[in-house]
Ligand binder design. Structure first.
Ligand code: NDP
Length: 398
């Protein structure tokens, strides 16, 4: 029986609240807090059990500390935006409570996707006897756990990992993002990077592409991108020679993105407009559909997984460990599309591992540093079943 404070009432926050409320034996008391309290109240009204709600600006450490002292949670689940990570971690240390998030800290004025700011909290959390679990979404999150599972059970040595993220869902809009547009567009327009033989290699944004045949989805074109879990996995997977991340995009999405970029609408530096400073990307976000509104319109499936290659019993082996999720089934269950669902369910499962004591230890951790087994069991039990597909090694491409 544990008390949990969820911060952020967007697409992911809705799923976390629904999934925690489905397990009252684990999450006996829930408080959902966000900048706009009416969004928390709306989500609360969808649940079968009563939860508390609160207005909170999590940029203000003092406000979060006060709320934690009032509600007394055992764990804070941060599903606000990456900009709030450090201030919520500070509040957790000050109010003496464990912490979990789904995305690494980003400075608002620079798209960096680096763990260095959060890894710098290692000693503080250790000293306080508190745990911070970083990146407990799908990617990062489940993909890290898939790698840990492959390392523990399927391989003696992992040499290559390709993380493949396919969203084959169709929302019917010419251009919309499936999670926070600002974070999504910052990520997609960044320089591509992958890790090989101990060094980071860079590619121009979305310049390297490949077709993959995704189970239950079919062939889709995927583009090489930098993604934050590459940093921790390159560090923690022993013997690794190369790790890359690929995401699929449709033609319409890419054409719109190209035009928006060319006219400067994806910029994150403020520009002056009629005597006012505006950030183009923030203005664009105001025009685009709210990702939370895509739920009822999105049809199709997501398929996200890790293509892992290496050696087992002195033989080469190649497997694809993956989950397939159906947008409409997710909407029926929790009133959110699959991108929010695949992030919110692992946040709840990570929280469950900490609260049950299976994963809990002092310090700052990435997902692959913890035992994958209880998490993999819960994925099957909580709506994200996974498969391991044995792949022919001779078909391996570079
Ligand atoms: P949304 O934009 O839909 O929701 C964000 C929520 O955070 C909103 O309710 C917003 O409030 C609230 N918020 C923003 N600033 C503050 C603040 N200062 N204090 C309190 N609340 C605040 O985003 P998503 O739900 O799509 O994404 C949530 C997180 O999940 C993001 O960090 C995203 O990067 C991460 N993510 C991770 C993935 C993974 O696989 N690991 C995949 C997808 C997302 P308001 O409504 O008032 O603006």
């Amino acid at each position: 029986m544990s008390r949990v404070l969820i911060i952020g009432a967007g697409g992911v926050g809705r799923v976390v609240a629904h999934k925690c409320a489905q397990l009252p034996d684990v999450f006996s008391d829930i408080c959902l807090a966000s900048r706009t309290q009416s969004k928390c109240d709306q989500i609360a009204s969808e649940l079968n059990c009563p939860i508390q709600t609160a207005a909170l600006n999590a940029d203000e450490v003092g406000q979060t500390v006060n709320l934690i002292k009032r509600f007394r949670p055992d764990l804070v689940i941060n599903v606000a935006l990456p900009y709030q990570d450090l201030s919520i971690m500070d509040a957790c240390l000050e109010a003496d409570v464990d912490y979990l998030d789904t995305a690494n800290y980003e400075p608002p004025d620079e798209a960096r996707f680096e763990y260095k700011w959060q890894w710098a909290y290692q000693e503080k959390f250790k000293k306080a006897g508190r745990m911070a679990l970083l990146g407990s979404g799908f990617d990062p999150g489940v993909t890290n756990v898939f790698c840990a599972y492959a390392q523990k059970h399927l391989f003696d040595e992992i040499e290559q990992v390709d993380i493949l993220d396919c969203n084959a869902g169709d929302h019917g809009y010419p251009f919309a993002t499936n999670f926070n547009p600002e974070i999504n567009i910052r990520e997609v327009t960044s320089i591509g990077r992958y890790w090989e033989e101990g060094a980071w290699k860079e590619t121009p944004p979305l310049s390297v592409k490949r077709d993959f045949d995704f189970p239950e989805v079919g062939v889709r074109r995927a583009y090489l991108m930098y993604h934050e879990e590459l940093e921790s996995l390159a560090l923690h997977l022993k013997g690794l020679k190369r790790i890359r991340f690929w995401m699929t995009f449709g033609e319409s999405y890419l054409t719109h993105l190209r035009v928006l970029e060319n006219v400067g609408m994806t910029g994150i530096k403020p520009v002056e407009f009629q005597g006012q400073q505006i950030v183009p990307l923030q203005f664009l976000k105001a025009l685009l559909p709210d990702p939370a509104s895509l739920g009822p319109r999105t049809k199709g499936k997501t398929c996200i997984g890790c293509l892992v290659e290496g050696r087992k019993d002195a033989k080469r082996r190649r497997v694809f460990i993956y989950n397939v999720c159906d947008h409409q089934a997710c909407y029926e269950e929790v009133k959110s599309q699959a991108v929010s669902y695949t992030t919110g369910v692992p946040a709840m499962i990570g929280a469950k591992q900490i609260l049950s004591g299976q994963w809990r230890k002092p310090g700052v951790f990435n997902m692959e540093q913890l035992d994958p087994d209880p998490f993999m069991t819960d994925l099957n039990a909580c709506g994200l079943p996974w498969n391991v597909l044995e792949m022919p090694v001779e078909e391996a491409e570079s």
